[in-house]
Design a protein around this ligand. Sequence first.
Ligand code: PGA
Length: 253
Amino acid sequence: MSKEKYLIGNWKMNHTQKETKQFLEDVASLNLVENAKEKDVVLAVAPSYLSLQVAKKNAHGIIIASQDAHHKDHGAYTSSVSIPMLQEIKIDWSIIGHSERRGYEGETSEICNQKIVALLANKFHIVYCVGETEKEYEAGKTKNIIKKQVTVGLSNVAKEDVKNIIIAYEPVWSIGTGKNASKEIAEDICSFIRGIVEKLYDKETADNLAILYGGSVKPENIHDYLLQENVDGALVGGASLKADSFKSLLDNI
Ligand code: PGA
């Protein structure tokens, strides 16, 4: 089992450059990075593309991740951002396959896989999101969906590269809804994901993989998730936007 825990904020389409800088200054004055180190927690936030550079300059030890990346280096892909563009501003972490991209942008696990392969070739760390919709959950299809998303997402990924991947289980019905999945569901699916990775690779690779839960994680419930054997951290949207709330999330790990 990986030793470190992860607290990753996904800011989505929130925070201007000015607000990003303010957040990071607030976080620095609250000594969050030092506290995180003591607790063996890795801290990261994923601002909008426009705020990445200012975030990087004011990071004070917090990892700055992009929310996506295109798998091609350049070309006619309006609104997309390439890996070389991110590398130029020293970004080497990226979220991939967030359900809002799968849902609104029609991103499939096959597309996610192309991105994962390209990012790994460029030595990025990846937070790969998987999760079922409410309809799939109610139809009892969660494990089928997760198995496909994980298997397709990791195809053509060499065993030695899995150490640069974190998988985040985020049931779509729990994101931004306040309807967080129970800790039992989170543990069941995170352990299921570890089992899939063990079958695809081996036990050591699976044991070393960090698996996060995401979906309406708040300072009040983060502790319960992190106590689960197979939950190594949290991917947090709404509750990661304010420095004091981010601090409370960390305090409660
Ligand atoms: P939420 O979002 O914490 O606001 O539910 C989580 C996510 O989308 O990563």
